[in-house]
Design a protein around this ligand. Structure first.
Ligand code: CTP
Length: 404
């Protein structure tokens, strides 16, 4: 396997040397590309010694008097010869350039020419990480299907404590190995994913909703596509860009989501209900905006249709995966939902204080299977969690067939 390791200009550049070594240990041939800024932190010689290959630094090397044409197209051949591109540390500047498609040096030009899987391991100061510009760039990169590993929280070189540390090199190497040997295990499957919150109108301008960002469902759709499935994504209102290749059905209310799911149920072989469906709605929505009065206001709410339960009744031999967001008794509650809604697996996560999940890019879940097994998935990016969930599709199907 051939891997390009792009090294950006940050204090963490020295850790990329460890990553180069680990990738080599896994049997990868590593071609290092360093940005000009990276060379301020680490000497190319370090990487050349570790990988046994010349490090690429410039788009137009000055010392090659007659080599301008060769080097000008070298980024194309490097792009074609390699199976994966990993960038560590991915600085805020590199993320911005990748997101915008700016190609002003070897690494950014190579990024545009490269069509294989991309792993980005960001590292920067916490404020730069949290900046809306950086977060918006990440969303765009994620929507392209790139794997983002980290950053970790902790003490940073600038003296601050917070998110921004480069993820452990072993974790980055693991992500590279998993994306470069793409599994096409879901070819032939049609995966119907629901994602995001629903919005239940109170009047023409107000609604009831929840904090779901849709990121978990979108990550599932992304990975199912990568693994060869056809994907129908029924999504409530969210701000994340839809994964390219998914058949997107936008809905607003629980009733609309139910209708969309029931309409497409026949086509699906796997249904994953990651949406945070509102449990209640206002049955009769006034046509005009409600006026403020100085007295108390009570809203009369009715339960929304339980889509998961209905799919559970009609699913036949389709695989049904539900979600359970709990604040306590995680596994017991997930088991109860699994049985009462006839699911094949429930993805349980702890929400509220102490829990990851809503809105975050990371999650930590327990998979509760119909077979009685529980699988703990430690804190990881939502794309990695999505893979852990999808890893259960084929084994579950086999187990269910065997039980029939
Ligand atoms: N769900 C659904 N339709 C609803 C409510 C929830 O399909 N009207 C689905 C969600 O998509 C999720 C699962 O049910 O897959 C569990 O959602 P959760 O809110 O945890 O559970 P509830 O069934 O609402 O139970 P409770 O609120 O009692 O925990």
């Amino acid at each position: 396997m051939n891997v390009i390791l792009g090294v950006g200009g940050g204090i963490a550049a020295y850790k990329a040397a460890e990553l180069a070594r680990l990738l080599g240990e896994q049997g990868a041939r590593v071609q290092v590309v360093m940005t000009r800024a990276a060379r301020e932190f680490v000497k190319p010689l370090t990487f050349a010694a570790l990988t046994g290959r010349k490090v690429i630094t410039d788009l137009f090397p000055r010392h090659e008097s007659d080599g301008a044409l060769d080097s000008a197209i070298e980024h194309i051949s490097v792009a074609q010869e390699n199976d994966a591109l990993v960038v560590a540390p991915a600085t805020a500047d590199l993320l911005a350039k990748f997101a915008a498609g700016i190609a002003d040096d070897f690494l950014t030009t190579l990024y545009l020419a490269f069509t294989g899987p991309v792993v980005l391991a960001p590292a920067m100061n916490s404020n730069m990480w949290r900046h809306p510009a950086t977060q918006a760039n990440l969303e765009r990169l994620r929507a392209r299907g790139h794997t983002i590993v980290g950053p970790d929280e902790g003490e940073l070189a600038c003296g601050m404590t917070g998110p921004g540390r480069l993820a452990e090199p072993a974790r980055i190497a693991g992500a590279v190995m998993s994306v470069s040997a793409p599994r096409r295990d879901l070819e032939g499957e049609t995966v119907l994913v629901t994602a995001g919150p629903t919005e239940e109108p109170i009047d023409p301008v107000r609604f009831l909703s929840n904090r779901s960002s849709g990121k978990m469902g979108y990550a599932l759709a992304r990975r199912a596509l990568d693994r060869g499935a056809r994907v129908i994504l029924v999504s409530g209102p969210v701000h994340v860009p839809p994964p390219e290749g998914a058949e997107l059905v936008r809905v607003c209310t629980a009733a609309e989501m139910r209708e969309a799911v029931m309409e497409r149920l026949e086509e699906a072989t796997v249904i994953i209900k990651a949406a945070a469906v509102a449990d209640y709605h206002v049955p009769v929505v006034p046509e005009q905006k409600m006026k403020k009065t100085m007295t108390r206001l009570s809203l009369e709410l009715e339960p929304t249709p339980d889509i998961l339960a209905e799919v559970g009744r009609k699913k036949g031999d389709r695989l049904l995966i539900g979600f359970a967001a709990e604040t306590e008794n995680l596994v017991a509650e997930a088991r109860r939902k699994l049985r009462s809604k006839n699911c094949d697996m429930v993805v349980a996560n702890l929400v509220g204080p102490g829990g990851a999940g809503f809105g975050s890019d990371e999650n930590e879940v327990t998979l509760v299977l119909r077979t009685g097994e529980t699988i703990q998935v430690p804190k990881a990016s939502k794309l990695e969690i999505a893979d852990a969930i999808l890893d259960q599709v084929l084994p579950l199907r086999l187990a269910l067939h065997a039980a029939q």
